[in-house]
Ligand binder design. Structure first.
Ligand SMILES: NC(=O)c1ccc[n+]([C@@H]2O[C@H](COP(=O)([O-])OP(=O)(O)OC[C@H]3O[C@@H](n4cnc5c(N)ncnc54)[C@H](O)[C@@H]3O)[C@@H](O)[C@H]2O)c1
Length: 364
């Protein structure tokens, strides 16, 4: 089994937990959780795509070691990351007499992790949580780091909390039932991380030339991506400093994603945003020549989009960027690469962002 230990320092929630990665580990969830929790009631939360495939299997494994399990399901999709769904799940748990000593297991993609995680952060002021991510995006990124949230009034993740899980269990075999578009989307975040780190992850990403390659290398891709995220989160659990690097490609990506009104998935928007921001910094001589093409080749290899008609409207993009919640004190921090594995942050005053990005050049 591959295992990564995450240590959040005492001044930032002070918590230590493991990320266990192994093919077939889903059948051992009961033993693994039994090692860290005494017997209690568990709310096993999944969406209605994941539940029919995996919820029963995980519930069996938990019950076998003596946990009492209540299975909850919600409709799959981003729309379920809502206050309404939060309320429904909390009502169900209250009706089933969950107390502060009980716990939640989130079994599913990033939507499940964020929603069930936020239920755990808020139910009776917070109960214990284990994350079992089943999508690639959740396995390489969202299940680790403690961010939980729901969307509100068209703004993503606007209501949320930090809650580090007690354990993360990753079974790369679950990726085999994921739709191809969902799998490839998650790979967008892996290329992002590889660009930030260089080393073995960048080397591995350079060998990925098809969707099958992603599946075959899923264990190692998860391990290397999470190792990097862990080093960043351990230094900056609540995104005051170095954790901002993880937003590489996301400023433009979020803008394109919002303009697409659901046509683009998050990971697809990230690959478009990442290539766009690399191109801008390369044109200014702040990133080396050819770097944009190197990154673009990695996305092209698996069919991720790297350009979009939504980039053709600079005014609309700028409008979205100016309202991005990552703006700090009138400045926007843009992540760029001085080299593969050499990230840096350029802080641009909001009123200079239009000149700096010069988006009309991008669409020429
Ligand atoms: N908390 C964080 O740090 C963080 C980081 C990045 C993204 N996110 C959030 O993650 C969400 C996107 O995550 P996602 O792409 O996993 O979306 P998702 O949870 O909606 O999963 C995508 C689709 O795949 C299905 N699915 C998941 N696992 C499956 C499996 N093994 N077999 C079959 N189908 C499966 C789901 O039902 C869904 O239809 C967004 O809401 C985003 O804001 C959070």
């Amino acid at each position: 089994m591959r295992q990564i230990n995450v240590k959040i320092p005492a001044n930032q929630a002070g918590k230590e937990y493991n990320v266990d990665i192994q093919k077939g580990i889903l059948d051992h969830v009961g033993e693994l959780i039994g090692n860290i929790w005494n017997k209690r009631k568990i709310a096993l939360i999944s969406d209605d795509n994941v539940a029919p495939i995996y919820q029963g299997r995980v519930a069996d494994s938990l019950e076998k070691v003596g946990f009492e399990v209540k299975e909850y399901q919600f409709p799959a999709g981003e729309e379920s990351k809502s206050l309404d769904m939060l309320g429904k799940l909390i009502s169900q748990m209250a009706a089933d007499h969950f107390t502060r000593d009980d716990a939640i297991v989130a079994l599913g993609g990033g939507v499940t992790g964020d929603l069930a995680g936020f239920v755990a952060a808020t139910y009776m002021r917070g109960i214990s949580l284990v994350q079992i991510p089943t999508s690639l995006l959740a396995q390489v990124d969202s299940s680790v780091g403690g961010k939980t949230a729901v969307d509100h009034n068209d703004t993503k993740n606007i209501i949320g909390a930090f809650l580090q899980p007690d354990l993360v269990i990753i079974d790369p075999e679950t990726l085999r039932t994921l739709h191809k578009r969902d799998l490839v989307e998650g790979y967008g975040e892996i290329v992002k991380t590889a660009g930030l780190t260089d080393g073995p992850l960048w080397d591995l990403v350079n060998k990925i030339n098809s969707v099958d390659d992603i599946l075959e290398n899923a264990e190692e891709l998860s391990e290397l991506s999470i190792q990097y995220k862990t080093t960043v989160v351990e230094q900056d659990a609540q995104e005051g400093g170095i954790r901002q690097l993880l937003n590489f490609g996301h400023t433009m990506g979020h803008a394109v994603e919002a303009l697409s009104e659901g046509d683009l998935r998050h990971g697809e928007a990230v690959s478009i945003g990442l290539v766009a921001i690399c191109r801008i910094f390369e044109s200014k001589g702040l990133s080396p020549k050819g770097l944009t093409q190197e990154i673009k080749d990695r996305f092209d290899a698996v069919g991720l989009p790297t350009t979009s008609r939504f980039l053709d409207d600079p005014a609309a993009i700028l409008d979205k960027i100016k309202n991005d919640k990552k703006n700090h004190n009138g400045h926007l921090n843009l992540v760029y690469l001085k080299a593969i594995g050499g990230p840096a942050i350029k802080s641009v005053p909001s009123d200079e962002i239009a000149d700096f990005l010069n988006l009309t050049d991008l669409v020429k």
